[in-house]
Design a protein around this ligand. Structure first.
Ligand SMILES: *Cc1c(COP(=O)(O)O)cnc(C)c1O
Length: 393
C-alpha cells in the first residue's frame, strides 16, 4: 500500500499551464498575476482589500504591525495552533498569552476569553490584540469575540490559515465583518496553495495602506504619504522600516488558478468528513464536531483517542500503528506554551486543562481532496488492526 500523508496539494494541468505562462512572460514578480490573485480572493471573501504575501507568517507579522503592536503590548491567542500565531507578536516586541480551548471545537474558548478579560481589566493587563485561530478550518464564534473586542477595547486578527473557503454565519471567512484583519496561508497542506504564500484581507483604508507599504520595505510612491514633493517621476520615499514580504507572480499564478477550484475542494473535504463518520462511527474515538454557525473548510480531520479506550491503544500507540501502516498522521498541535522557546515566559500548563487534555489525545487523520474511498477504508483498517509484531496490552 502506498504512503497516505495527512495533507496534500491537488495540482491540475491548468495550474501547471498558468505557472508556465508566467515563466514565459515579462514579469516573474511585481507583475499582473499578484493583483489578479488578490482580486480573486477579495471578491470571493467579500473584503475591500487583499494583499498577497510570501507566507501567512509574514501576513501575521504585518497584521500586528498595522495594528500598532509593540513593546509593552499584550497579544492573546490559542495555545493549540501553529507557533506562527504567537510568534508574530514576539516579532513586534509584545508579550503573548494564551486562552484555553473549547472542548468541542478546540478553538479558543470564548467563555474562557471573557473570564480572562474580566480578570485582566481589574489588573490593568488587557490585550491590545486577540488572534483567534480557525482550527481545522472551522471559524471561531466571531460575533461574540467581536462584541468582547468592543467591550474591552482590543483589536482582532483572524488566523484563517486553515479556513479559506469556509464561512461564518452569512459571511465568508476573510470578510473581516467581525475583525480588523484576516490572514490566510497557501502552504501546500492547506486548502489551496501557491507553494509558499499567504494573503491578508481587511476593510480598513489605513490598515490597508500600512500593510501595502510594509510588505515592500516601507516604501511609498503615494505623494500624500511623502514628506516633500517628488523630485521627479522616479521618486519614492522610504518612510518606515518595512520588509520584503512580497509574493512572486509565479506563486500568484498558481494561487489564482487554485481559487477556481476552492469550492470544489471544500465540497470534497465534506464528503470525506461524511465517509469518516460512516467508517469510524462505531469505534471508541471522539470524531470532530461541526457547529451550526460555521461552514468549515475542513483543513484537518482531528480525532481524539481516549486513554485506555476500546482500540486497546492510547494516542501514541495508535499514532505509531498508523505510521507503521504507512498512514502518515500528525498531531496539530503541541501547545505553544510548552515549546522550549516559550517556557522562559513562565506559562502554567495548569491554566490550560482543555489544551492539555486535547494534546494528550489528538491525531490528525489524512484529509485532502484526492483521498479515494479505498484509501479511507484503509485508514479505518489501519486504526483497528495492530501491527503483527507489536505487543498491545
Ligand atoms: C500554516 C499555518 C501558519 C503559517 O503559515 P505559513 O504560510 O506556512 O507561514 C500560521 N498559522 C496557522 C494556524 C497555520 O496552520
Amino acid at each position: 500500500m502506498e504512503v497516505i500523508p495527512y495533507g496534500r496539494q491537488n495540482i491540475s494541468q491548468e495550474d501547471i499551464e498558468s505557472v508556465i505562462s508566467v515563466l514565459k512572460s515579462d514579469f516573474l514578480t511585481q507583475g499582473p498575476a499578484v493583483p489578479s490573485f488578490e482580486k480573486s480572493v477579495s471578491d470571493y471573501v467579500g473584503s475591500k482589500y487583499a494583499y498577497a504575501v510570501n507566507s501567512a507568517t509574514s501576513g501575521l507579522h504585518l497584521a500586528c504591525i498595522a495594528l500598532g503592536v509593540g513593546p509593552g503590548d499584550r497579544v492573546w491567542t490559542s495555545p493549540i495552533s501553529f507557533v506562527a500565531s504567537a510568534n508574530c507578536a514576539l516579532y513586534c516586541g509584545a508579550s503573548v498569552d494564551f486562552v484555553d480551548i473549547d472542548p468541542i471545537t478546540y478553538n479558543l474558548s470564548v467563555d474562557r476569553l471573557e473570564e480572562k478579560l474580566i480578570a485582566a481589566e481589574k489588573n490593568g493587563l488587557l490585550p491590545k490584540v486577540v488572534i483567534p485561530v480557525h482550527l481545522a478550518g472551522q471559524s471561531c464564534d466571531m460575533e461574540r469575540i467581536s462584541l468582547l473586542g468592543k467591550r474591552f477595547g482590543f483589536r482582532i486578527i483572524e488566523d484563517a490559515s486553515h479556513a479559506i473557503g469556509g464561512s461564518y454565519k452569512a459571511t465568508k471567512v476573510g470578510s473581516c465583518l467581525y475583525s480588523d484583519i484576516t490572514v490566510f496561508s497557501f502552504h501546500p497542506v492547506k486548502i489551496i496553495t501557491s507553494g509558499e504564500g499567504g494573503m491578508v484581507t481587511t476593510n480598513d483604508d489605513h490598515i490597508s495602506e500600512h500593510i501595502y507599504r510594509m510588505r515592500s520595505h516601507g516604501i511609498t510612491r503615494n505623494p500624500q504619504e511623502m514628506t516633500k514633493p517628488a523630485d521627479g517621476p522616479w521618486y519614492y520615499q522610504q518612510i518606515e522600516l518595512g520588509y520584503n514580504y512580497r509574493m512572486t507572480d509565479i506563486q500568484a499564478a498558481l494561487g489564482f488558478s487554485q481559487m477556481t477550484r476552492l469550492d470544489e475542494f471544500v465540497k470534497r473535504r465534506h464528503e470525506i468528513f461524511q465517509s469518516y463518520k460512516r467508517l469510524l462511527g462505531d469505534l471508541d474515538l471522539k470524531l470532530p464536531t461541526l457547529v451550526d454557525y460555521a461552514h468549515s473548510a475542513l483543513h484537518l480531520y482531528v480525532i481524539r483517542v481516549p486513554n485506555g479506550g476500546a482500540l486497546k491503544a492510547n494516542r501514541k500507540e495508535l499514532f505509531e500503528r498508523l505510521r507503521l501502516h504507512n498512514v502518515i498522521v500528525n498531531v496539530h498541535y503541541i501547545p505553544i506554551y510548552s515549546q522550549p522557546y516559550y517556557t522562559k515566559f513562565g506559562y502554567d500548563s495548569n491554566q490550560y486543562p482543555e489544551a492539555e487534555a486535547y494534546y494528550s489525545e489528538a491525531i490528525s487523520l489524512p484529509m485532502y481532496p484526492d483521498l479515494t474511498d479505498s484509501q479511507l477504508e484503509y485508514v479505518r483498517e489501519s486504526l483497528v488492526k495492530p501491527i503483527g509484531h507489536q505487543t498491545i496490552f
